[in-house]
Design a protein around this ligand. Structure first.
Ligand SMILES: Nc1ncnc2c1ncn2[C@@H]1O[C@H](COP(=O)(O)OP(=O)(O)O)[C@@H](O)[C@H]1O
Ligand SMILES: [Mg+2]
Length: 278
């Protein structure tokens, strides 16, 4: 508990280089590793023996046509598939060297390290303040001053504080869609996760809100390890350092985003990014 409190007392300003290193480990080191990792729904492999590393502090985009296993992979990283009957895994998926499907994994602790943002903003029907304070409260922070600091810091990092500072007690459902999504990002980062998973976080938003989310991802890069699923090729090219192309559950190609979009090695990748299918 004491450690958690110390985390929450980090400065309100943008994270320092040291805070970034603490948050994500040395930048560029593998943080999430998949080795021959599969996820099955019953007997069908939705993710089929994928092997790739996600590097700390970077933004990794996962692209590919609908139904190719992007969301399934993403959900595997914080074990959200656990609740689906008949869902099981094989191979290795690890975070900081810990195999996530080992029997001794503390799933609550894992979900604190790995925050998630969904396509459709899903704020709780509570006040703006209570949405952001929700996670820290669950993890034992009760002091009102401390909570206030966390809420302000998280909203600032999510680029929302100035818009809502005078109405923190208002119901979050009264915010616009774009604001709700930034609130969900603030809620996710309020517990100081290392990893932020984003499943098509802007695809339900208007173009202006989409730009704000993309800008925000740029600002959060380095402080968090971000994995974003997107259908939007331009978005993947704009926001990510690394890109993984999934097709029918397989990882077809993984590499520097610039390389993937300018010099793909595989014909399937080229066909997809040039819009020939998907
Ligand atoms: N809860 C589920 N039960 C059974 N099959 C599922 C479930 N969720 C997804 N699938 C199947 O797994 C495959 C991959 O789905 P998904 O990971 O959602 O793909 P994507 O996010 O790339 O669109 C699809 O064939 C889909 O129908
Ligand atoms: Mg999906």
């Amino acid at each position: 508990m004491n450690n958690e409190r110390r985390d929450f007392n980090a400065p309100l300003a943008k994270p320092s280089a040291k805070a970034r290193a603490d948050a994500s480990g040395p930048r560029g080191m593998p943080l999430i590793r998949a080795k021959d990792f599969s996820v099955f729904y019953g007997s069908k492999a939705a993710v089929d023996r994928v092997t790739f590393d996600i590097q700390a502090g970077k933004v990794t985009a996962i692209i590919g046509p609908s139904g190719c296993g992007k969301s399934t992979y993403l959900r595997a990283v914080n074990r959200m598939n656990d609740l689906i009957p008949g869902c099981c895994t094989s191979g290795i998926l690890s975070l900081e060297g810990q195999h996530l499907y080992a029997s001794d994994v503390d799933v609550v602790a894992l979900r604190r390290m790995v925050g998630m943002v969904f396509q459709k903003p899903n704020p709780f029907p509570k006040s703006i303040f209570d949405n952001v304070a929700f996670g820290p409260r669950i993890h034992g922070t009760v002091n009102q001053g401390e909570l206030g600091d966390i809420v302000e810091r998280s909203l600032r990092r999510a680029g929302l504080f100035e818009e809502v500072k005078d109405r923190l007690g208002d119901n979050a459902l009264g915010l616009s869609g774009g604001q709700q999504q930034r609130l969900c990002i603030a809620r996710a980062i309020a517990v100081n996760p290392k990893v932020l998973l984003m499943d098509e976080p802007a695809s339900a938003l208007d173009p202006r809100s989409t730009t704000r989310i993309e800008d925000l991802i740029g600002e959060l890069r380095g402080a968090y390890t971000i994995v974003i699923v997107t259908h939007n090729m331009q978005q993947a090219a704009r926001v990510s350092d690394m890109t993984a192309f999934f097709y029918e559950g397989r990882l077809v190609e993984f590499g520097d985003t610039e390389e993937i979009f300018t010099r793909p090695r595989k014909k399937e990748t080229e066909d997809y990014i040039t819009g020939r299918f998907g």
